[in-house]
Design a protein around this ligand. Sequence first.
Ligand code: GSH
Length: 204
Amino acid sequence: MYTLYYFPDACSLATQVVLHELDQAVEIIDVQKVEDFSAINPVATVPFLVNKETGTSRREGAAVILHLLNKHENTLLPAAGDARDQAIQDIMFANATMHPAYSRLFFIAQHISDEQTQKKAFEVATAAINNLWQVVEDQLATQKFLGGDQPSTADIMLTVYSRWGGSFPVEIEMGPNTQKMLAAVLKMPSFERALAAEQKQSAA
Ligand SMILES: N[C@@H](CCC(=O)N[C@@H](CS)C(=O)NCC(=O)O)C(=O)O
């Protein structure tokens, strides 16, 4: 049994989806309802995962997900060889390259108030994001998902980030292969369940 600290619609949503894929029980806690989250996680970022049986905790999205995939039997991460290396590369691409590219949008909206400077910054950040989605599009030219025929962890992570662009005055461009991949991941029962759980918590 796990406790997952999350922020609605944030990258922690991917961790919750993975937990459902692994059939692991999870209680989710919205950090906005926690009085002093930095006392629990000094870095104050989500996802933050606590194993309720051992009391041990994990932070950093990619490390949290790899910890879960190494611990619980699954088909999301190939067991060995080149396929496993590629899957880990895809996870790191999502977490350490695409996520920070989107994070710039949040930073610009929060910290750049001059209209012209903000517009220019959004343009530069959007071009970088679109370039990364083109990399995804090219990788999906010969396969439905980044890992092959079935959704991989990286597909789940990218789908979570793809939902963020709508909150900003930017035109994010995704190719047809990417759009099909995202639509398929959005329909996964584990993804729908994770979204519903967050919505239920927010309403409570
Ligand atoms: N390197 C961290 C970054 C995670 C991250 O930026 N999470 C965002 C939500 S998507 C967050 O917690 N932001 C709040 C903050 O940075 O204070 C990870 O991969 O877990």
